[in-house]
Design a protein around this ligand. Structure first.
Ligand code: ADE
Length: 256
């Protein structure tokens, strides 16, 4: 997969490719990242990329031409068609289903805005999709683009060392098509001043462990993100697991 980033901060892109799963995906040739700086396509001695907003008001707006030229250069650098994504708080909220859709594409161009925004005409003409990573405002699209790159990179076949781990994460592809939060995880030591590892995980009983993990995932999702769970749509077995979890949970919270 190829991802092009249009950004005023090219160092940012080099950083992205230097670490972790994204770095490994690049090293393994599963992903290539390319940066395009609109300033390189700006005219005049000052290489201006922004100007004051018509109608007044604070801040600056990114101008059409430097962005359009940077996008044209990015598009022309590879023959496969580019899906252009603009990162902004006005976009549709990114979720794992959308990440899967993006990860299946051959090529993405991520457009990072700065200042108060980007001239609307450029967005109308060039952008296929506007995405937000959450209901808060960042000072530019770069961090949001990094989120997209990371989430997409780890879904490239061969990017993760344990092929299963992507599937087992929160929001991974659940066999029932459900999106559940992840279960809790523990490692050594078994006994610690902060608590003891749940016994079932030490039992070696794989069926019991799988059942416990599923129950924890259901219970946590119910308590923390009820919006993700439709109780009526659960299988009978899952509903029983959830009911047991909630009974224990309420029991544990009873005053002495
Ligand atoms: N740019 C600024 N804020 C953003 C957000 N929440 N999501 C995506 N891009 C952004």
């Amino acid at each position: 997969m190829r991802i092009d980033l249009v950004s005023l901060f090219p160092e940012f892109i080099a950083q992205l490719a230097a670490h972790g799963v994204v770095g490994r995906a690049v090293e393994r040739g599963l992903l290539s990242l390319h940066g395009w700086n609109p300033r390189d396509y700006a005219e005049g001695n000052y290489r201006r990329v922004d100007d004051r907003p018509f109608g007044g008001g604070p801040g600056m707006v990114m101008m059409i031409e430097p962005l359009r030229a940077a996008l044209a250069a990015a598009r022309a650098a590879d023959p496969s068609p580019a899906h252009v994504v603009y990162l902004s708080p006005q976009g549709r909220r990114l979720d794992q289903a959308r990440v899967r859709g993006l990860a299946a594409r051959e090529r993405l161009v991520l457009l990072c805005g700065r200042y108060e925004g980007v001239d609307e005409r450029l967005l109308q003409a060039e952008v296929d999709e506007e995405l937000s990573i959450g209901d808060y405002v960042l000072s530019g699209g770069e961090l949001a683009a990094a989120v997209v790159v990371d989430a997409v990179a780890r879904l490239q076949p061969g990017a993760l060392n344990d092929a299963e781990s992507a599937e087992q994460d929160s929001f991974g592809a659940d066999p029932d098509g459900l999106a559940l939060l992840d279960c809790p995880h523990y490692t050594r030591p078994v006994e610690h001043v902060l608590g003891t590892v749940p016994e079932v995980l030490l039992s070696g009983n794989h069926a019991a462990i799988a059942r416990w993990r599923r129950q924890q995932a259901l219970g946590r999702t119910w308590l923390r993100r009820p919006d993700l769970l439709d109780r009526e749509a659960l299988s009978k077995a899952d509903r029983a697991l959830l009911d047991d979890f909630l009974a224990d949970h309420h029991e544990a919270k009873k005053p002495l």
